[in-house]
Design a protein. Structure first.
Ligand code: WQD
Length: 343
């Protein structure tokens, strides 16, 4: 008998990649998305990659309790993965109430529907941003969370706490928080990937848009950091590897293998990579020359952060496998697909 997983925000970048891996692992998937931050490109890609044209899709706002409750009435939901949230760090600083209202209300609404339906396994899309500027690296799940440097980061910390307390209430909710490091790349099929709206905030889409000519020049924010080459260090995790971690976590929850009713896992490669290394690897992997310049530091950036992923490796039986060069090739193939320049 197959199990059914509700993926909120499932038409978005990470949600769509997770939907693909869940379906390919034998799960039934129901997708809910209000399409406020994406179009149907990735969801159509999910259907093409999996060959499934019958994936249930609800265009709803996860803050709407009635709409969410309807899904639980129409399907037996064995696990819920919550991606539906706003995620632009800079925008969250300018519009904090928009972020607190949407990101907290949507999560509490889906949790309420799950609890009202007799309980559920809930997986929350968290972020390494909860660690802030860590005192020591790599960070483990026991590394202290630092005061959030943005409302976006604050909502991730608050949603982790909301989930933990809801689990503790003993109302049938079990919870897992996956703390992603930097999700990058696109599905190898080049049929789904990152679709930033407007000027990309994140590094990789800015790199690919510069390479394809949509952007004039990549600005590297700071080359005077205390790192080997002066640019910031991050843990860039391939989005397909990240998606597979969700499948492993869902299997653990549904299979009753959790050791505690609320668990946290770092999902990263464990390998720090600098911005300049990203640029050089991208150029070598794709045979393109990137136009870039050194620019002042970006406020709010941490110097370095990368994961100790050993808990996820051990307990989830999951490990990041894709090479960075392959990931950057997939990002480039996706950008070329978007420009209609498929090879
Ligand atoms: C990476 C590095 C920049 C753009 C954030 C969130 C995280 C997650 C991913 C949402 C930094 C540098 C970037 C550019 C650059 N959230 N950079 N030029 O800030 O590590 O993480 O996004 O998905 O929770 O905190 O990711 O890709 O913005 O930056 O030099 O044009 O690239 O300074 O060092 P970040 P990023």
């Amino acid at each position: 008998m197959s199990h059914t997983v509700l993926v909120t925000g499932g038409a978005g970048y990470i949600g769509s990649h997770v939907a693909v891996e869940l379906i390919e692992a034998g799960y039934e998937v129901v997708v809910a998305d209000n399409m406020s931050n994406c179009d149907m490109t990735c969801f159509e890609g999910v259907k093409k990659v999996t060959g499934r044209s019958d994936i249930p899709f609800y265009k709803i706002d996860c803050c709407d309790a009635e709409s969410v409750a309807r899904i639980f009435k129409e399907y037996r939901i064995d696990a819920l993965i919550h991606f539906a949230a706003f995620k632009a760090v800079g925008e969250s600083v300018a519009e904090p109430l928009k972020y607190f209202r949407n990101n907290l209300d949507s999560f509490m609404t889906v949790l309420g529907a799950a609890a009202g339906n007799g309980g559920c396994n809930v997986l929350f899309s968290s972020s390494a941003t909860v660690y802030g500027e860590a005192d020591s690296l790599p960070v483990t799940e026991n590394s202290p969370r630092k005061p959030a440097t943005s409302p976006y980061g604050a909502t991730k910390q608050m949603c982790e706490d909301i989930l933990e307390h809801t689990v503790k209430a003993g109302i049938g909710i079990k919870g897992t928080a996956l703390r992603y490091f930097n999700p990058v790349g696109a599905h190898p099929s080049a049929l789904l990937g990152e679709l930033p709206r407007g000027v990309p905030n994140n590094l990789i889409p800015y790199v690919t848009q510069t390479a394809i000519g949509k952007r004039e020049c990549l600005s590297i924010f700071g080359d005077d950091y205390p790192t080997p080459d002066g640019t910031c260090l991050r843990d860039y995790i391939d989005v397909t590897d990240l998606a597979k971690a969700h499948v492993a976590a869902v299997g653990r929850m549904i299979g009753g293998k959790m050791k505690r009713d609320y668990e946290i896992f770092n999902i990263g490669t464990g390998t720090p990579v600098s911005v300049l290394e990203i640029v050089r690897t991208f150029e070598q992997a794709n045979g393109v020359k990137l136009n870039y310049r050194m620019a002042p530091r970006r406020p709010g950036d941490v110097t370095a952060i990368w994961a100790d992923p050993s808990l996820a490796n051990r307990e989830l039986g999951w490990k990041a496998e894709r090479r960075l060069s392959d990931t950057l090739e997939s990002a480039w193939a996706w950008e070329r697909h978007l420009a209609g320049k498929d090879d």
